[in-house]
Write a protein that binds this ligand. Sequence first.
Ligand SMILES: Nc1ncnc2c1ncn2[C@@H]1O[C@H](COP(=O)(O)OP(=O)(O)OP(=O)(O)O)[C@@H](O)[C@H]1O
Ligand SMILES: [Mg+2]
Length: 403
Amino acid sequence: MATDDDLLKSWPSRLQGAWQVLAGQSSNAVRPESLVFSNRAKEHPQAPLIESLIAGVPGAAIVLDQDGGVIAFNEAARSIAPALRRGEPALISLRMPELVDAIRRASKSHEPQRVEFFERVPLDRWFEAFVVPVKLAGVAGWHAEILLLTFNDLSPLRRVEEMRADFVANASHELRTPLAALLGFIETLQGPAKNDAVAREKFLGIMQQQAARMARLIDDLLSLSRIELNAHLQPNVAVDLAPIVRQVADGLQTLARDRAVEIKLTMPPEPLVVLGDRDELIRALENLVENALKYGEAGKRVEITLSRAATRTGSPEARIAVRDYGPGIAPEHLPRLTERFYRVDVADSRAQGGTGLGLALVKHVLNRHGGRLSVDSTPGQGATFVMHVPLRTADSAPGGELS
Ligand SMILES: Nc1ncnc2c1ncn2[C@@H]1O[C@H](COP(=O)(O)OP(=O)(O)OP(=O)(O)O)[C@@H](O)[C@H]1O
Ligand SMILES: [Mg+2]
């Protein structure tokens, strides 16, 4: 049995040998007996203290001895390396090559190391890890030097970065298409169609449509960011939903007539009052009814039902259901419908003047109202979009005036 002193003298070569073998770089120069982790049987004298300390670290933390043996780890570390066991070589459970490399560098150089790595299983996740050699004061010999590994989950940040990049790409693409059309027509009007009155009329009509589409896109983007900015401020004006539903249905009668679709309203006998922002609720419902008219046109019927119901937890809520009998939406699209710019059929939506921001707006409006959007659809049989808004109750109403 080797003594601490023996090991202290020989650990650099042992450690190197162990790393080489475990990192798949075994060489003939490494004798198998030098890989025996003879210290492992003996627990680190400060293990309980180290363990309680890192239990208080919010992210994942692992502490290793100089041989790469696990002294302690906290609960969060399990989600990164479920196979971690105290007293065992960390390399058995930490299989990320970048991390293994950083541990080796840190123990060789006695310098802190930072490394980023990516995990595919069970989920796509990005991490940054810090490997810091620590000298324990008051601990003698081999046990005095340990390696502290801490981890940060970078996945949410990366996802936001990706979303931002996607968003800019989508927004500029959506603006560029009508802009290119406008420039094309301007050129034609300045050149070949200069004196063609009929073509001029026709082109000006298209140019107006394209310009209106750009204006709408900018409007929608601004509304979205305004609603997002106010997401934490719950509206506190009491609003009766029945007049809102009637107003939206009336406003879209022209579109419905154009498409020969009948709008059927079903209203509750009593007023349904929520704490809300009237304009935002109108805008959200307008998009749902407009979608039902545009994409569900084939069904020739759109039903809007306002009713009183209860949430899963039993609180009272108002529901506005918009049902159409069109082609419906395949299940794989449902979870993504409320993403900005997401469209099931891009060409169809564009042809209808859509930008794919409508349902993102609906979702944000409902979030701000403490409610939610639900969608139910069977392909071939139409779709039902439901706005759920919490009803005003005695304790939620700070004496708000009915608007
Ligand atoms: N009732 C519906 N039936 C079938 N598909 C629908 C229905 N409502 C929405 N969709 C699909 O969901 C997509 C997203 O809708 P959303 O309202 O967000 O965007 P849009 O209508 O294309 O554009 P915008 O609302 O900005 O004018 C639509 O492009 C369409 O493919
Ligand atoms: Mg829409």
